[in-house]
Ligand binder design. Structure first.
Ligand SMILES: [Zn+2]
Length: 94
């Protein structure tokens, strides 16, 4: 049996659940993200970036808990979580 495949499936299921649960119960939603991260860590899987906050484990939902803006000075897109954590994504130049 392919353990990594099952783990990956569990992670994505948990992230989907976290997204659905956010409006009803944000604490439970954060717990789901935490579990997904733990599974990913255990099996050394890569979870997609930009899906949750590393600091408070909140799943990102636009218009709910995250705002994005571009910074010309830093040449990056900044995502600000409700907890105050800011993520920087540099803009690639061609
Ligand atoms: Zn956060």
């Amino acid at each position: 049996m392919n353990v990594e495949k099952i783990a990956m499936q569990r992670c994505s299921e948990l992230l989907v659940l976290a997204k659905q649960m956010w409006k009803k119960d944000s604490v439970l939603s954060k717990r789901y993200v935490q579990l997904a991260r733990k599974i990913a860590m255990r099996h050394r899987l890569k979870l997609r970036r930009r899906t949750f906050c590393k600091k408070c484990n909140a799943i990102f939902i636009f218009g709910e808990n995250v705002t994005s803006r571009t910074s010309k000075k830093e040449n990056a897109v900044l995502w600000k979580c409700n907890c105050g954590n800011v993520l920087k994504f540099p803009i690639k130049r061609k």
